[in-house]
Design a protein around this ligand. Structure first.
Ligand code: NAD
Ligand code: UDP
Length: 317
């Protein structure tokens, strides 16, 4: 039997990192998860505790990363991802996007490993091009409250390309658009857990602004499939992965109420500074390059997510 390949996942105890670890284990990798648990939770990976192909190390990846032995693939997913999180911990956000990415790239160079960075649609800022293609350079306010996240990710992309061009590291960049599913934190402030949690708990839905801003929501298994395919290929420029099914935030709120048969009211709160007015991925590149497109419908994905939060809250339908 051939020896298993080893993948490192930074941010493994987070929402996406834990699903990615599951997928890599299913694909026959050994996985080493690194996380300092600043926004993640070991609950997300406790089902892997007895898996002999999975190791977890509590580590802040802004500090030097030492790992003995062979590493074949590094997925750098560590970073706060919810606007509420990165507004509360802007410096840690900047550090993990810059120093953390530098350390993870250094590890990739040292080990001769492939490196994949979780970048974001936030690189497009409040986009003036719609839908967003990878060739769009974006409209980011570097000094606004979201700048700590957006600019850290833009730096992360730049240093990743520099390691590719200068050190010949095999790198990949995925620009992730709003993704949702089980294992999101109920209180992380992102709109999907916020609205589902509020309606399950009989609280008003908090729509920011007039709710006319748009987002396009991708179910987590679709995203992870796209990322896995990207990691196995030979393409080094950024690739959008997301679901182009666009809706306004108000439409999203109404769909959640309808889906849950909930009668809670909608309250309108101030729109956060620099909240992007529209967002929708152009996924033609991912389709062509990876033969990938989303498979899970909005209804199905939301249904699975609601089931997860019901269980989490101990609410039985
Ligand atoms: P998350 O907050 O659930 O997970 C991030 C994980 O990184 C957490 O477990 C956290 O503890 C860990 N982490 C943060 N700083 C760290 C550090 N210095 N050292 C070690 N671990 C650290 O968020 P998520 O939604 O799973 O996002 C994962 C990645 O995907 C992030 O890089 C994020 O920017 C990117 N992304 C996510 C989305 C989305 O819709 N979920 C969209 C765009 C980009
Ligand atoms: N939003 C909202 N109510 C909430 C949380 C978010 O109306 O309780 C809006 C937010 O202003 C944004 C959209 O929902 O326009 C998506 O927000 P999220 O924090 O999920 O991610 P973003 O795409 O802004 O990074």
């Amino acid at each position: 039997m051939s020896k298993k390949k080893t993948a490192v996942v930074t941010g493994a105890a987070g929402f996406l990192g834990s699903h990615l670890s599951d997928r890599l284990l299913a694909e026959g990798y050994k996985v080493i998860g690194l996380d300092n648990l600043i926004t993640g939770n070991v609950r997300n990976i406790e089902h892997l505790a007895k898996n002999e192909d999975f190791d977890f190390i509590k580590q802040d990846v802004t500090k030097f990363i030492y790992l003995p032995g062979q590493v074949d693939l590094i997925f750098h997913f560590a970073s706060p991802a919810s606007p509420i999180d990165y507004l509360q911990i802007p410096i840690q956000t900047l550090k993990v996007g810059s120093l953390g990415t530098h350390n993870a790239l250094g590890l990739a160079k040292e080990k001769g490993a492939t490196f994949l960075i979780a970048s974001t649609s936030e690189c497009y800022g409040d986009p003036l091009e719609h839908p967003q293609k990878e060739t769009y350079w974006g409209n980011v306010n570097p000094v606004g409250p979201r700048g700590c996240y957006d600019e850290a990710k833009r730096f992360a992309e730049a240093i990743t390309m520099a390691y590719h061009r200068f050190h010949n590291v095999d790198t990949k960049i995925v620009r992730i658009f709003n993704t949702y599913g089980p294992r999101m934190r109920l209180e992380d402030g992102r709109v999907v857990p916020a609205f589902i949690g509020q309606s399950l708990q009989g609280k008003p839905l908090t729509v920011f602004g007039d709710g006319s801003q748009t987002r396009s929501f991708c179910y987590v298994s679709d995203l992870i499939d796209g990322i896995y395919r990207l990691s196995q290929g030979n393409y080094h420029e950024p690739v959008n992965i997301g679901n182009p099914g666009e809706m306004t935030v108000l439409q999203f709120a109404e769909k959640i109420l309808e889906k849950l048969g909930s009668k809670v009211p909608i309250t309108f709160l101030p729109l956060p500074t620099d909240d992007p007015k529209q967002r929708k991925p152009d996924i033609s590149l991912a389709k062509k390059l990876l033969g990938w497109e989303p498979q899970v419908s909005f209804d199905e994905g939301i249904g699975r997510t609601v089931t997860y939060f019901r269980d989490f809250l101990g609410i039985h339908a």
